[in-house]
Design a binder for this molecule. Structure first.
Ligand SMILES: [Zn+2]
Length: 299
């Protein structure tokens, strides 16, 4: 993470107040002192993210409503975490190009601050997958993709999770996050493994990874050809998790669940070569690496 000096100068010349906070590592103290009005301050973590990480911006603003973060062609909301303090989360994925990401934060007082974050590349494992012609021909249904897309787009204001996310299965991780693939010898351009696979016995429990509301339940029999029997949990503030290829489902849409609740069982429904749980973790609709959320990281 570093401050973009030309941007800073632009802001100064145009009279826009710029808050530096802890970002202005390389600027002389006298320059800092001149910027007495710190309208917006931004702290970023992790300070040196890699593709797949969730970038968290902690924003200090005098505004009463939560500032908006613009990143490229998308806007992201922030949510209050204390008086005058807000948090925004921005997903990164293996399909993006590593390098500088520019964020600009605007509040309803008209204050604005920018920062650049350098996102590092990461080597994701590459797999060769060979499918029978019949399996390879299964493309999934519009019904399932539309329902999953709509669910992942949900952004509700209350944060329902507390602390770290727990493992959704007692199984071992058979495919990690971010794996890229050749299918039948052909590079899958838009593919990356959008979650973690847990290999576990058919019928073994699947747990809610954190508190949330059941936002999606659907079945292979209804047209979930690829996903199989599926649960989606909405944890609030743009954070959702999905549980695929299930055998049994014990919850219904609208149910409130707590971390550790058994919500279903491991199966092999949909496109699956054996009993396993595919667990996906989404921030504002993009599948991010859950590991920061499972360890100390983002609470
Ligand atoms: Zn998977």
């Amino acid at each position: 993470m570093f401050l973009n000096a030309p941007n800073l100068i632009d802001h100064l010349m145009s009279g826009v107040r710029v808050a530096l906070g802890s970002l202005a590592l390389s600027l002389p103290i006298t320059t800092l002192a001149a910027l007495s009005a710190q309208a917006i301050e931004i702290n970023v973590s992790p300070t040196s993210p890699r593709l797949g990480d969730t970038i968290t911006l902690l924003i200090t603003s005098e505004a009463d409503t939560a500032p908006i973060v613009s990143a490229g062609d998308r806007d992201y909301p922030s949510f209050p975490v204390g008086p005058g303090r807000y948090r925004a989360m921005i997903p990164t994925t293996p399909l993006q190009t590593p390098g500088t990401r520019s964020f600009s934060v605007t509040d309803d007082l008209g204050d604005r601050a920018s920062l650049n974050v350098s996102v590092r590349d990461r080597d994701f494992p590459i797999q060769q997958i060979w499918l029978s012609p019949e399996i390879n021909a299964i493309e999934g249904t519009d019904y399932e993709f539309d329902r999953v897309d709509a669910f992942r787009a949900e952004v509700t204001p209350d944060r329902l999770w507390t602390g770290s996310f727990i493992a959704p299965s007692n199984g071992w991780i058979s495919t990690p996050y971010g794996v890229r693939r050749y299918y039948n010898g052909e590079w899958a351009d838009d593919y990356y493994h959008r979650g973690l696979d847990y290999a576990a016995a058919a019928g073994s429990p699947v747990y809610a990874a954190a508190d949330g509301i059941v936002g999606l339940v659907d079945y292979e029999a209804n047209g979930f050809e690829i996903h199989g029997n599926t649960i989606g949990l909405n944890h609030g503030q743009g954070v959702t998790t999905v549980y695929l290829h299930l055998s049994e489902i014990y919850v219904r849409e609208g149910d409130r669940v707590q971390a550790g609740d058994t919500i279903g069982t491991v199966g092999s429904t949909g496109i699956s070569t054996g009993p396993h749980l595919h667990w996906g973790f989404f921030v504002h609709g993009e599948a991010v690496d859950p590991s920061d959320w499972q360890s100390q990281g983002i609470k």
